[in-house]
Design a protein around this ligand. Structure first.
Ligand code: NAD
Length: 260
């Protein structure tokens, strides 16, 4: 897939899945924006990927903040001249059972996963529509966009919500050549998942090894983790797809956990 000179904003790109997507997009010709809450890590990532600073740019952005998202995307437009691809990827996980789930944490989870997706989409769509050269929006869903697990009520609710948002963006964006799709990865060993293993072991009263084997990978066809590159290659395919034929869809990349 050739993304030559496409301008791609990836949120949460200072770590894990987003970082690898930015790397793969850059290697395929795109100019990438590493947008993250953690500016030091975002800047380090941009410098690591492109020491010249010509094709990678770090932007400090809390995706839950309307003003930071607007300012961040405005800075991208000023620097690179527009946006062609948005990967709404920033996310966190806070696990607890529903009956004791802290309301503040519930709101925080929905703010990052849903408000963040909405605010970044709105800011980028305005540019994509004005540019009149189409565009591509990719949401980082999860198998939890399709399936549920214990201890993850707001995560599952938000990831299902992204599928709805995606479908509306696909319908509204069509007239402007803007496509929208969701990637639904299985478990990927990023910091987000490493943190969960001991937390789930404690909450479920089982060993960390059993969390991996009997909870996280239980439903896969081969007991394997999905990798950051599996997800990045899927993002590359979606970003490079040339028409509205592939829009409004969600693609599960999970070693067979949840078959549609
Ligand atoms: P990660 O913790 O490695 O990276 C997440 C990044 O998001 C970090 O750099 C963090 O600073 C940033 N971030 C957090 N809150 C932010 C905010 N408010 N504004 C901007 N940036 C913020 O996590 P990851 O595993 O790479 O997860 C990335 C996405 O993939 C998330 O949406 C997650 O739900 C989704 N996902 C992950 C897995 C998995 O197993 N790791 C599976 C399915 C879906």
């Amino acid at each position: 897939m050739n993304l030559k000179d496409k301008i791609a904003v990836v949120t949460g790109a200072a770590s894990g899945i987003g970082k690898d997507i930015a790397k793969v997009f850059l290697a395929n010709g795109a100019k990438v924006v590493i947008a993250d809450l953690n500016m030091a890590a975002a800047q380090a990532t941009a410098t690591e990927f492109d020491p010249s600073g010509e094709r990678a740019m770090a932007v400090a952005m809390d995706v839950t903040s309307e003003s930071e998202v607007e300012a961040g995307i405005a800075a991208v437009a000023a620097r690179f001249g527009g946006v062609d691809i948005l990967v709404s990827n920033a996310g966190i996980q806070i696990v607890a059972p529903v009956d004791s789930y802290d309301f503040g944490n519930w709101k925080k989870m929905l703010a990052i996963h849903l408000d963040g997706a909405f605010l970044t989409t709105r800011a980028c769509l305005k540019l994509m529509y004005a540019q009149k050269r189409g565009g591509c929006v990719i949401y980082m869903g999860s198998v939890h966009s399709k399936e549920a697990s214990v201890l993850k009520a707001p995560y599952v609710a938000a990831k299902h919500g992204l599928v709805g948002l995606c479908k509306v963006v696909a319908k509204e964006g069509a007239a402007h050549g803007v496509r929208a799709n969701v990637i639904c990865p299985g478990f990927v060993r990023t910091p987000l998942v490493e943190k969960q293993i001991p937390e789930q072991a404690k909450a479920l009263g089982i060993s960390e090894e059993d969390v991996v084997k009997k909870v996280m990978l239980k439903e896969t066809v081969d007991g394997e983790f999905t990798t950051v590159d599996d997800v990045a290659q899927t993002a590359l395919f979606l970003a490079g797809f040339p028409s509205n034929a592939l829009t409004g869809q969600s693609i599960v990349v999970s070693h067979g956990w949840f078959m549609q």
